[in-house]
Design a binder for this molecule. Sequence first.
Ligand code: NAD
Ligand code: DAU
Length: 361
Amino acid sequence: MILITGGAGFIGSNFVLDWLSDPKHGQEPVINLDLLTYAGNTENLSSIANDPRYQFIHGDIRNPELIEALLAKHRPRTVVHFAAESHVDRSIHGPGEFISTNIQGTFNLLQCSLAYWKRLPADQAKDFRFLHVSTDEVYGSLGAKDPAFTETTPYQPNSPYSASKAASDHLVRAWHHTYGLPVLTTNCSNNYGPFQFPEKLIPLVIANALAGKPLPIYGDGMNVRDWLFVGDHCSAIRAVLAQGVPGEVYNIGGWNEMPNLVIVKTICALLDERSPETAKRAGGKHESLIQSVKDRPGHDRRYAINAEKINQALGWKPSETFASGIAKTVDWYLANQDWVRRVQSGAYRDWIQKQYGNTAS
Ligand code: NAD
Ligand code: DAU
């Protein structure tokens, strides 16, 4: 049994689906604890809603009684911690929730996990793992010629989001160093793929292009990110869980640095082929919808991940290239335009309210 937090979000839901379909783990049940904020969507998991191996719990990682009770009842061998506020722009407009969920929430999970771990019989305590899912943004911003981030690059977070994730990483580290909790931390680059909320660059651009709306590019569009297909992030986390050394940090990346403008133009070109009617409406090419807008305050210029350690130590490498991953992603969004519409219209929030009401503990 594994306990996932934030499993109704973008990466978490991909992870749960991958876990249950992987022949190696498929028989091991999953408990998914999620508060269903605006970013959580149980529709992502509708294909397994009645699967006896899967259980959804509507609740908050900041609630100690709930976490203690869940751990005591289900006795997971692992906690995989995805739950977070994850959008940089939202953190700039309203940092409070980021401090509360990302820092206080992680603290609460660590405290409850530590108490639980201490009570486990020795053979189970030895195998217990707390895997904390973090981001490359904690390392700050690189110049054009700087070497990529390694696991020993000093932390220099620049946004309220990255500062809150950095704080949570430090707590995780301290709970290992001081109390011996068997933790693993992963710092991953930008993910893309199915079920990503259309506030993030790639799904936003796909959705807007299909709707004939402007494609907003912050600043000069030359900010660089490393992009990884979400399924590859999931396989990296599985590798770290299976073979990672407690207390160690693993950087995860796609060896795929690209400026935002190139990403957006690549998506437009794929859509021109696949959706000729919307291209025609856009004057022949979706690219004509690109619009330069005001830059994000404090916008980090470049991120790049050196993923040698996870490759050398655990034999992990991404299986998708950017070309294959982005084509799959564009196809998924084309085939799931109702999902996007429901998320954007708030229809799924109405359903969540009807289904779960205020049942979150
Ligand atoms: P997301 O915003 O899509 O999903 C977050 C999930 O956490 C949602 O389901 C939400 O309902 C849940 N949640 C939020 N607050 C909660 C709380 N207090 N209690 C319980 N659940 C709560 O995020 P994502 O993009 O899937 O990212 C998942 C994790 O991976 C985050 O920790 C993020 O920092 C990290 N990460 C993301 C990326 C990326 O590119 N998206 C890259 C590297 C690391
Ligand atoms: O690097 C990992 C991080 O990647 C994760 O930790 C975060 O949770 C995730 O949101 C992501 O952060 P970014 O800020 O890099 O992602 P976002 O999709 O918001 O933006 C990607 C780049 O595109 C960034 O340089 C800002 C730019 N951008 C974004 C949006 C939403 C635009 O130019 N226009 C936009 O409308």
